[in-house]
Structure formats: structure tokens, C-alpha cells
Write a protein that binds this ligand. Structure first.
Ligand code: OSB
Ligand code: MG
Length: 368
């Protein structure tokens, strides 16, 4: 395919409720969408970087700048592009995986649409629907948390993930376990909020039968994760630390995790995510699909990925209405705790033009 143009669009998406974590509170998403126009088709990608560099070093203004000034010009200069060739062509730019992922996804979407093949089929999906969990933010009180969790349980979510931090851990986990019983699939995510001094609080979570503890320590502290993993029965899962197939092999070898959260943005794209999936499968490590409060564009692609065989736990692939009053695509609706894997060409969904234009803050079009 020849790239004719790349559009960088920023949209403002208010969340239905504030999402509080140890790295701050999100009340809306400043989403960067990438649209590529080729000689054969068009494709979309969503950049998952948050507005501020608090979950990862990437943030949306930085991603926008590196796409405009460094990544997109490299592809526009090529006589032809394919999705497989994107990462090698961008490899001299260090880091910026979320920005690279958005661009690679848009090229892949366009390529698959031209070949009339779904992303799920291309990636190797073995399911037509996937089990969904929901990520629940730090609440103002335990009562409010129980009300929020109860609402999601009533909607049919198959697993609950609680955000934790030192001081909001044992008490909320105990309360949820006591209110909803031993059969509720429950896990926690600390987003690096613990250290060697506060680690003992995590050992106290071992009695609650959690599916996993996600990323308690710093991104670059595999050792501390390995120490905890030896001390507790609950599996340790990594999110922030895992940025590639090489990184995951290293972390598993060191005993730092026995379960992995895969987010395509963090890995630089869906192609690297499949490699992470495959390495984990070979090592006997289950994976699950993380989320970054995506719109329907990112969600559609995540559902395709989550349909691969080694995605063996429910993902943070919640329904559109858990995030947004109005999604930019046709909404994803939970049915019996599951979401359907899109079957149309490419990622199988498109932004609705009227909704998109109403939410658009800026559009920039880049050409050769
Ligand atoms: O750590 O998994 C995380 C959202 C933004 C940034 C990081 C994380 C999250 C979530 C929500 O937990 C996942 C979702 O529902 O999209
Ligand atoms: Mg996480």
C-alpha cells in the first residue's frame, strides 16, 4: 500500500464516573486517534497514552508530537508500507511504544480492510466472544466501593479488579470478599504504589483468594516482584514492567510474575503483543487483556487480541457504558458477562462521523 495521508485527531471523551488510582484521578480522556489513508483503503488506530505521564512516561501531547515530527514522516517517505514493516522502519526512534502502536494499528487496519480479513482472524483468534471483567477505582469510602462493585456484579461482569494503594488495600478487599462471597473472581492492581517497606501489607492480602496481584512495585524493579512472589501464594502479575517479548521472558525467568497483563499500547502494537502472548504460552504463563479506558476503536482491537488461546482470564475489556455515555463507535454491550469479537474487515468498527465531529478538538493532516 502507498500511504497518501495520516490524520492525527484529538477528541475529548468525558468518563461516566471519575476513575481514581494511585497515580491520580481521570475524569475524562484526551484521546489521540490516528487515521491512515492509503491507495486501497483507510484504517484507524487509538493511542492509549493518558493526558499526563503518570501511568507511563508517555503522554498524549508527547505521543502527538513524536508521531507528527518523527514517526509519521518515516512512513510517508516510504514508497509502500505494510503493517509488518512499520516497527522495523520506526525502530531507530527509541521508546514511544504507545505512539508507535497507534500508527501500526491504523496501517494494519487499512491493510486488513483491503484484504477483507478481520483483525481477530489475522491475529489468530480462537473465540467469537470473550469474558469481561471491570477495573474499579479507589472509592471515597468502603460503602461506596461496595455499591459500585454491586452494580457491576449485577450487570454480569465475570471478574472484579480493585485498584489499591497503601492504606486502601486490606480493608476494601476484605469488605468486597465478605459482601460478595468466595466465588466472586477478584483481583487487585497497585500500579507500582508499594515498596519494600509497605510490601508486608500485600502479604496480608494472601488470605482473600485473589486471582492475582498486579504490578505492586516499580516498573524497573523485577527483583522486588520476585521476592514477593516467593512469599505469597497469590500469583504476581505484571503490567507496567512488560514492554516486549524480551522483557516478558526475562521477568518470567526471574520469577517476577506468573501471569501477564497485555496492553498493545505498552508493547508497541498488536504484532508484538502476539509475540508476548506466544512466549507466555510457551512458558506456561496465562495472559489477560488490559485496558486503558479506550473508546470503541481501541476496544474492538483489544477484543480481537483477547480471543487468542492463551488469554485465559477475563480482561479489562468492559462494555462501552462502563466508560462513556456515548462511544464513538456503535457501543459494545455486555451479554452474559461477555463481549463479541468483531468479525468485519480490519478491526470491524468505525467511528460514527456525527459523534466523532461533535467530540473533535483538533485535526491535523500529514502528507508526503
Ligand atoms: O493499570 O490497568 C491499569 C486504566 C488506565 C491506566 C492503567 C490501568 C487502567 C485500568 C482500567 O485499570 C482498565 C480499563 O478498564 O480500560
Ligand atoms: Mg494495571
Amino acid at each position: 500500500m502507498k500511504l497518501h495521508a495520516v490524520e492525527l485527531r484529538r477528541i475529548a471523551m468525558p468518563l461516566v464516573r471519575p476513575f481514581r488510582t494511585s497515580f491520580g484521578v481521570q475524569t475524562s480522556r484526551d484521546v489521540l486517534l490516528v487515521r491512515v489513508v492509503t491507495d486501497t483503503s483507510e484504517g484507524w488506530g487509538e493511542c492509549v497514552a493518558l493526558a499526563a505521564p503518570v501511568y507511563s512516561s508517555e503522554y498524549v501531547e508527547g505521543a502527538h508530537a513524536v508521531l507528527r515530527d518523527h514517526l509519521v514522516p518515516r512512513l510517508l517517505a516510504e514508497p509502500a508500507v505494510t503493517a509488518r514493516a512499520v516497527a522495523p522502519r520506526l525502530a531507530d526512534v527509541l521508546g514511544h511504544r504507545m505512539a508507535k502502536a497507534a500508527l501500526e494499528t491504523a496501517v494494519l487496519d487499512a491493510e486488513l480492510r483491503a484484504h477483507d480479513m478481520s483483525l481477530a482472524t489475522y491475529l489468530g483468534a480462537v473465540r467469537t466472544e470473550v469474558e469481561c471483567g471491570v477495573s474499579v477505582g479507589i472509592a471515597a469510602s468502603v460503602d461506596q466501593l461496595l455499591a459500585e462493585v454491586g452494580g457491576y456484579v449485577d450487570q454480569g461482569y465475570r471478574r472484579i479488579k480493585l485498584k489499591i494503594e497503601p492504606g486502601w488495600d486490606v480493608e476494601p478487599v476484605r469488605a468486597v470478599r465478605e459482601s460478595f462471597g468466595p466465588r466472586l473472581r477478584l483481583q487487585v492492581d497497585a500500579n507500582t504504589a508499594y515498596d519494600a517497606a509497605t510490601s508486608v501489607r500485600l502479604e496480608a492480602l494472601d488470605e482473600f483468594g485473589l486471582l492475582l496481584i498486579e504490578q505492586p512495585f516499580a516498573e524497573d524493579d523485577l527483583h522486588q516482584h520476585a521476592v514477593l512472589a516467593r512469599r505469597i501464594g497469590t500469583p504476581v502479575c505484571l503490567d507496567e514492567s512488560i514492554t516486549s517479548a524480551r522483557a516478558v521472558a526475562d521477568a518470567v525467568r526471574q520469577g517476577a510474575c506468573s501471569i501477564v497483563n497485555i496492553k498493545a499500547g505498552r508493547m508497541g502494537g498488536y504484532l508484538e503483543s502476539v509475540r508476548v502472548h506466544d512466549v507466555c504460552e510457551a512458558l506456561g504463563v496465562p495472559v489477560w487483556c488490559g485496558g486503558m479506558l479506550e473508546t470503541g476503536i481501541g476496544r474492538a482491537a483489544n477484543l480481537a487480541l483477547a480471543a487468542l488461546p492463551n488469554f485465559r482470564l477475563p480482561g479489562d475489556t468492559s462494555a462501552s457504558d462502563r466508560y462513556y455515555a456515548e462511544d464513538i463507535t456503535e457501543p459494545f454491550v455486555l451479554r452474559d458477562g461477555m463481549l463479541p469479537v468483531p468479525t468485519g474487515p480490519g478491526m470491524g468498527v468505525e467511528p460514527r462521523p456525527d459523534v466523532l465531529s461533535a467530540l473533535t478538538a483538533s485535526v491535523e493532516t500529514l502528507q508526503p
